[in-house]
Design a protein around this ligand. Structure first.
Ligand code: ADP
Length: 234
């Protein structure tokens, strides 16, 4: 589904070259919930931005849903990104002066869906995150956890196959973090594949796979048994 092989990414600033990813290999399967951990500066964000087609890479290969991303022009990359990928970030990235409905609507307008289709997707995704009664509220009228739920709804309204999350609970207290994690688990069980970078080792244990990145290389830790049995019985 998402396959990276021998992927390498270097950054050059003035006379310094940083190897952000080196010989990076990963197979993400449909239905996976992957938690990515690792020290600061190890390459987690670089991996996520390349996976999300926001950044290119130097060598190696990357296939998304059977399609090789090498050689695709900007238009094709943005089509692939819009159709397949949803993003959520630590900082929510909501537009402060737009209400919830309009925040979720923005990327749908950009993609050119008609009004009826947009309304269906907005109401459905805000209902999934439990905020269907707050359509006219502004982000500032919500708690941090609720704002992250809006950001999740906005990502899901695109009906992505992959949800890429960069520290989605990083700005939340532990109770709100638990509740956002429970929502992500629910979304995963409905069929969306999730890759989540997190510093929170307790939350990482709840994912179905744990990937550790060190010095730009990925290694997989033994899958957490509790998570596996939860998934098996789900
Ligand atoms: P993490 O998310 O694990 O903290 P990053 O992927 O942000 O790590 O960074 C990996 C390495 O690449 C670090 O050494 C970082 O300084 C470097 N790096 C990341 N982005 C850039 C950039 N835009 N320009 C130069 N160096 C970068």
């Amino acid at each position: 589904m998402l396959v990276m092989q021998q992927l390498t990414k270097k950054f050059r600033t003035d006379d310094v070259e940083t190897h952000a990813l080196r010989d990076f290999n990963l197979n993400v399967n449909e239905g996976d919930f992957i938690a990515v951990t690792g020290p600061s500066g190890s390459g987690k964000t670089t991996f996520l931005t390349i996976a999300g087609l926001l950044e290119d890479f130097d060598s190696g290969s990357y296939q998304l849903d059977g399609e090789s991303v090498q050689g695709l022009n900007d238009k094709a990359l943005s089509r692939l990104r819009n159709e397949k990928i949803g993003f959520i970030f630590q900082s929510f990235n909501l537009i402060a002066d737009l209400n919830l409905f309009d925040n979720v609507d923005l990327p749908l307008r950009y993609r050119g869906f008609n009004a009826a289709e947009r309304k269906r997707r907005i109401e459905q995704s805000l209902e999934l995150v439990g905020l269907q009664h707050r359509l006219k509220h502004l982000p500032t009228q919500l708690s941090g956890g609720q704002q992250q739920r809006v950001a999740i709804a906005r990502a899901l309204a695109g009906e992505p196959r992959f949800l890429l999350a960069d520290e989605p609970t990083g700005n939340l207290d532990s109770q709100m973090a638990q509740s956002v994690m429970a929502l992500l688990e629910q979304i995963n069980q409905r069929g969306t594949t999730i890759v989540m970078v997190t510093h929170d080792s307790e939350l990482a244990k709840r994912a179905s796979r744990n990937l550790v990145i060190r010095d730009g290389r990925a290694s997989e830790q033994v899958v957490n048994q509790r998570a596996v049995s939860q998934f098996a019985s789900a």
